[in-house]
Design a protein around this ligand. Structure first.
Ligand SMILES: Cc1cc2nc3c(=O)[nH]c(=O)nc-3n(C[C@H](O)[C@H](O)[C@H](O)COP(=O)(O)OP(=O)(O)OC[C@H]3O[C@@H](n4cnc5c(N)ncnc54)[C@H](O)[C@@H]3O)c2cc1C
Length: 346
């Protein structure tokens, strides 16, 4: 079966063309509606990474990437809310702990939608969220700087660092409760629609049976680091959406270059050793960003003054592109990107 004929890719395309894309400028201004989330829940896309035994599809990586491109190109805010869900699913799939049997089925089938709060682990040895033993469970203290999907998702996969330098991930309900207080939704240059907040944690109690992962920090970081080296499929999705607004005469060469970068980036993403070819991965990641910025700029230029309207598609894509430049950024990928930007133009 070709990738484009895979049932999840077909469903993503239907969702994108029938619902997400036509509403994207309104959603950008008003927020991701619950009805969009309901459509995502029904689509089967929340289980794309989940084991078949739990009701998921265990789809190949190429299908996962293609659906991400399609959704991000149609409505980046909706894509971003739902993409958080896939890390909790993958974490549970590997967890041989009681929480797996309680949550993996509902997460795989779309009965529950999860957000994540773990990017702050990457600022180690700074520890924005500290976890300590308390009785037969754990307590969380500190600040989660970014949490997307507040009010839309049901559970949070929340991470912190223990006093023994372990990364500890646990599920908590995504609602205000003793020890967990959200900020007001952030007003952002892009993706305000994603209902992103910060979370103030002040003695949040979490029972042992909610723990999904507890491992030495360095072990977690060793598996996390390679993930942030690769180009994000969403970048190609935004690039394609922007090029659709540009006359073919100008879009065609950019599309060809994007296709080549995508092919090389995905070949490396499929390489069996994720930490090999780090420099090449980072170079392709930066090249994908360059093409995305060029494509969104071309879309704005094509649209002229009308492109400046807040209801215009080109400016929305250009702002979403700005967001993707920093999403998931680490110290290493930031340096690599800045070095690339500082190169003399060829
Ligand atoms: C709109 C939006 C929504 C987001 N939603 C989520 C979410 O739901 N869940 C989630 O987990 N994350 C979320 N993030 C975080 C996101 O994935 C990235 O981790 C984040 O954008 C990277 O940027 P940063 O500002 O944390 O770090 P950057 O400033 O880009 O720095 C990158 C890295 O440099 C290092 N660093 C930076 N500052 C310091 C410092 N002062 N001291 C030491 N080291 C430092 C850290 O290693 C850091 O990770 C969101 C981000 C945005 C913009």
């Amino acid at each position: 079966m070709t990738i484009s004929a895979h049932p999840l890719v077909v469903r993503a395309r239907e969702l994108a063309d029938g619902l997400l894309s036509p509403a994207a400028e309104r959603v950008d201004q008003e927020g991701v509606p619950v009805s969009h989330i309901e459509a995502i829940r029904r689509s089967g896309l929340l289980g794309l990474n989940a084991p078949v035994a739990y009701g998921g599809s265990a789809a190949p990586a190429a299908v996962v990437r293609e659906t991400a491109e399609i959704l991000a190109g149609a409505c980046c805010s909706t894509w971003f809310v739902q993409t958080q869900h896939h890390t909790p699913v993958l974490t549970l799939a590997k967890a041989e702990l009681p929480v797996r049997d309680r949550l993996l089925g509902p997460l795989a089938k779309g009965g529950l939608l999860s957000g994540v709060a773990y990017a702050h682990l990457r600022s180690y040895p700074l520890v924005p969220v500290r976890v300590r033993r308390e009785g037969d469970g754990w307590r969380f203290d500190g600040t989660v700087p970014w949490y997307t999907g507040w009010g839309l998702n049901d559970v949070i996969l929340l991470a912190g660092v223990t006093e023994d330098d372990e990364a500890l991930f646990a599920f908590v309900e995504a609602r205000e409760q003793p020890g967990l207080r959200p900020s007001e939704p952030m007003r952002l240059a892009a993706l305000t629609a994603s209902r992103t907040v910060s979370l103030d944690l002040d003695g949040l109690r979490v029972p042992e049976d909610a723990v999904a992962l507890r491992t030495p920090y360095e072990d977690w970081a060793a598996t996390d680091r390679p993930k942030t080296l690769n180009a994000n499929p969403a970048v190609f999705g935004i690039t394609e959406a922007a090029l659709a607004l540009v006359d073919d005469e100008y879009a065609a060469p950019l599309r060809a270059r994007t296709g080549e970068v995508r092919r090389r980036a995905y070949a490396l993403a499929d390489h069996p050793v994720p930490r090999e070819h780090a420099q090449e991965r980072l170079a392709l990641r930066a090249e994908a960003f360059t093409l995305m910025r060029t494509a969104t700029t071309a879309a704005v230029v094509s649209g002229g003054g009308r492109a400046m309207s807040v209801t215009g598609r080109a400016q929305r894509l250009a702002r979403e592109a700005l967001f993707l430049l920093v999403q998931g950024q680490t110290a290493v990928s930031r340096t690599a990107h800045l070095e690339r930007l500082a190169e003399r133009p060829r």
